[in-house]
Design a protein around this ligand. Structure first.
Ligand code: KIV
Ligand code: NA
Length: 262
């Protein structure tokens, strides 16, 4: 089979088929996830926390991201691969191009993801032929400005701002949008109003797809699992079975359940 494209993901949204996504950081997990049928692999800068052991995603460098992206793309066959632009690597369109090019050329990523409604950067990257995934709601790279990891868009004014940001991110040419930690009703409205697929994490069941941090759903992350995640190892005998259960639960809309949503 061939590698999935952004067109295939758009077709899935139009057909009402849920898109399943997990983070991946290495070749072994990438091959396992791909084998199970996970459509989207996100090389997230969450690797700063789950691989490198930092308390946030801020220490992750573009070299780290290019290395892990290469590990993932070398092993997957079918899944679409998105790589995160790390903290402070896309302050200007030109800086973003230089760094996105590393993720595409060294890492062989199919798309890059960046946090916030950085319209000028998104337009510039898209004009250079680089597919962009937006990321709105909770922005972990802004944790020091926000003052913690908490649900965003509970208040009407902030919800309206996130909806407007989603519309301009799509207008700027983004091909996908990740929505993190927002009320289910807001995510439902955004998913309905956007043509591009919306992938949720802690954003309720109405999104066009779901993503979780792999190590959280395998229950190997130290400390408390976030409310929106789920331990898929609880009823599984192997990692492959846990991933199969996740894939099935996303496809059949069993995950996320009400207890995973805001
Ligand atoms: O870095 C990451 O893993 C992410 C997902 C949680 C969306 O950005
Ligand atoms: Na990220």
């Amino acid at each position: 089979g061939k590698t999935l494209s952004i067109r295939d993901l758009l077709t899935m949204k139009q057909a009402g088929e849920k898109i399943s996504c997990l983070t991946a950081y290495d070749a072994s997990f990438a091959a396992l996830l791909d084998h199970v049928g996970i459509e989207l692999l996100l090389v997230g800068d969450s690797l700063g926390m789950v691989i490198q052991g930092h308390g946030s995603t801020l220490p992750v460098t573009i070299q780290d991201m290019a290395y892990h992206t290469r590990c993932v793309t070398s092993a997957r066959r079918r899944a679409f691969v998105i790589a995160d632009m790390p903290f402070a690597s896309y302050a200007s369109p030109q800086q973003a191009l230089t760094n996105a090019a590393l993720l595409m050329q060294t890492g062989n990523a199919q798309m890059v993801k960046l946090e916030g409604a950085k319209i000028d950067v998104i337009e510039f990257l898209v004009a250079q032929g680089i597919p962009v995934c937006g990321h709105l709601g909770l922005l972990p790279q802004s944790v020091n400005r926000i003052g913690g990891y908490k649900v965003q868009g509970r208040e009407a004014g902030q919800a309206q701002q996130i909806l407007e940001d989603a519309l301009v991110v799509e207008q700027a040419g983004a091909g996908l949008l990740v929505l993190e930690c927002v009320p289910a009703m807001l995510a439902e409205e955004i998913s309905r109003n956007l043509t591009i697929p919306v992938i949720g994490i802690g954003a309720g069941p109405a999104c066009d797809g779901q993503v979780l941090v792999l190590y959280d759903m395998l229950n190997i992350t130290a400390g408390n699992r976030p409310r929106f995640s789920k331990n898929f190892m609880a009823e599984a005998d192997s990692i492959e079975e846990a991933v199969r259960r996740y894939h099935h639960a996303v496809k059949t809309r069993l995950f996320p359940a009400p207890e995973h949503t805001y």
